[in-house]
Design a protein around this ligand. Structure first.
Ligand SMILES: Cc1ncc(COP(=O)(O)O)c(C=O)c1O
Length: 384
C-alpha cells in the first residue's frame, strides 16, 4: 500500500525553510522593500537591511562585511571564485588544481578553464575518498595559481582536511577556494585564522530559499568579474541583489551557528541509529570508509540490484532520497564520486544518498529502514 506522507531524506539536496526564515520572509513581504541600489528612501532602507544581513553573516564567519558577496547560489559562488581568480592571476601562471570528486559546479569551471588555456591537475582520491595532502603538495608547481577543494562531499558526507590543504596552498603562495556548502551547520567555520581565501555557501541547503548564496572573498584578493553590468557586491558581481534571499540566508546562517552543538548531537544519534539498521540489510555496502563524516549524510550501495528499480520503488512509496547527486538527476550516469571511490558502475548505480535534516526523527528513520528492507528483499526475491 502506498504511504500517504512522504519520508523525506533528501535534505542535502534541499531542505525546508526554517521557521525563523519563514517569519523573516513574511515580514519582508509586508515591508515594501525595493531595489537596494535605488537612492530614494525605500531603496536606502532596503540597502540598510541587506547590509545588516551581510554584517550578521560576516560576524558569524569571523570576517569583514565587505568580504561577503551575495550570489544566486553556490554554483555561481564557485564559478565566480574559480573563473574570476584564474583570470585575474593568468599572468602569474596557468596551472590549477582540484580533486576528482568535487561538485559539478567546481569541476565544470575547471573544464571551462582547461578549454581556455589552463592546465588542470585533477587529484584522485584514495580508497577512502580522501585527498592526500602530500599528493597535493607534490602537485604544486611554480606555475600553480589556484586550488579548490570541498570541505564535505555532498554525496558521501566525507570531510576533507581543508584547513591543512589551505595551509599548504598558503605556504606556496597559491589561492585556495573551498566549497563549504555541505559543511556549514555541521563544522564550525571561522575565517579569521583560516588560510582559505574564498568560500561558497548555498541558501537552500540551510533552510533559506533556493536562489541565494554567499561567496566569502578575502579582502585584497584579485578577482576578475564574470558578470557585467552594475557595480553591486563590491563591484564584483553585477545585478540587482536578491534582497529577500540575503535576509533569509542571514537568518538561516544565524540559526545554524547558534544550534551547531545541539544539532550535531541530534544528527550523531540519528546517524548511529540508521547505520545500525541499514548494515544488516541484504547486499548492502555502507560507503563510509574514511575518517570523518558529517552525520547527516549516509551513502550506501546494494550489490547485484538494479539501481533504477530500487529508486522507482522507493519513489512509489513516497520515499525521497537521492540516487547520486541531485544536481545531476535526470542523468543515469553512475556517480563520479562513487566510481572515484572504486565502486564499479553497477554498484555505483545501485546507490542511495540518505540525508537528514533538522526535522528528521527516529520514527521517520525506522519507517524508512522498514520500507527499504521490504523493497530490497522483494527485488532480490524476484531476481532469483
Ligand atoms: C557541495 C555542493 N556545492 C555546490 C552546490 C550547488 O549549490 P546551488 O544549488 O546553490 O547552486 C551543491 C548543491 O547541491 C552542493 O551540494
Amino acid at each position: 500500500m502506498k504511504r500517504s506522507s512522504t519520508i523525506y531524506l533528501d535534505h542535502a539536496s534541499g531542505t525546508n525553510l526554517l521557521p525563523d526564515v519563514k517569519d523573516r520572509i513574511s515580514d519582508w513581504l509586508d515591508s515594501g522593500m525595493t531595489n537596494p541600489s535605488s537612492i530614494h528612501q525605500d531603496g536606502r532602507r532596503s540597502a540598510a537591511t541587506l547590509d545588516e544581513a551581510r554584517t550578521s553573516i560576516a560576524e558569524i564567519l569571523g570576517c569583514n562585511s565587505s568580504e561577503i558577496l551575495f550570489t544566486s547560489g553556490a554554483t555561481e559562488a564557485n564559478n565566480l571564485a574559480i573563473l574570476g581568480t584564474a583570470e585575474a592571476l593568468r599572468n602569474k601562471g596557468l596551472h590549477i588544481i582540484t580533486c576528482a570528486t568535487e561538485h559539478p559546479s567546481v569541476l565544470e569551471s575547471y573544464k571551462a578553464l582547461e578549454k581556455n588555456g589552463f592546465q588542470v591537475t585533477y587529484l584522485n582520491v584514495d580508497k577512502n575518498g580522501d585527498v592526500d595532502p602530500e599528493e597535493f603538495r607534490a602537485s604544486i608547481t611554480d606555475d600553480t595559481i589556484l586550488a579548490s577543494f570541498m570541505w564535505v562531499n555532498n554525496e558521501t558526507g566525507l570531510m576533507h582536511p581543508v584547513e591543512e590543504l589551505a595551509q599548504i596552498a598558503q605556504k606556496r603562495g597559491i589561492r585556495f577556494h573551498c566549497d563549504a556548502v555541505q559543511a556549514f551547520g555541521h563544522i564550525p567555520i571561522q575565517m579569521q585564522n583560516s588560510e582559505i581565501d574564498s568560500l561558497a555557501l548555498s541558501g537552500h541547503k540551510l533552510g533559506a530559499p533556493a536562489g541565494i548564496g554567499v561567496l566569502y572573498l578575502r579582502k585584497g584578493q584579485a578577482i576578475s568579474r564574470t558578470s557585467f553590468g552594475g557595480s553591486q557586491e563590491q563591484n564584483v558581481r553585477a545585478g540587482t541583489q536578491n534582497h529577500m534571499g540575503g535576509v533569509a540566508l542571514a537568518t538561516a546562517i544565524k540559526y545554524h551557528a547558534g544550534h551547531l552543538d545541539v544539532n550535531a548531537k541530534k544528527y550523531d544519534e540519528l546517524s548511529i541509529h540508521i547505520e545500525k539498521q541499514l548494515k544488516v540489510l541484504p547486499g548492502i555496502q555502507i560507503n563510509r570508509f574514511g575518517k570523518q563524516y558529517t552525520p547527516n549524510i549516509l551513502s550506501c550501495s546494494f550489490r547485484h540490484i538494479d539501481g533504477e528499480a530500487l529508486f522507482i520503488r522507493l519513489d512509489m512509496q513516497n520515499i525521497a532520497v537521492s540516487n547520486g547527486a541531485a544536481c545531476s538527476s535526470g542523468s543515469q550516469a553512475p556517480s563520479h564520486v562513487l566510481t572515484a571511490l572504486g565502486l564499479d558502475e553497477n554498484l555505483a548505480q545501485a546507490s542511495l544518498r540518505i540525508s537528514m535534516g533538522i526535522e528528521t526523527t527516529r520514527h521517520e528513520i525506522d519507517d524508512f529502514c522498514r520500507e527499504l528492507k521490504q523493497i530490497v528483499t522483494s527485488i532480490y526475491r524476484e531476481a532469483k
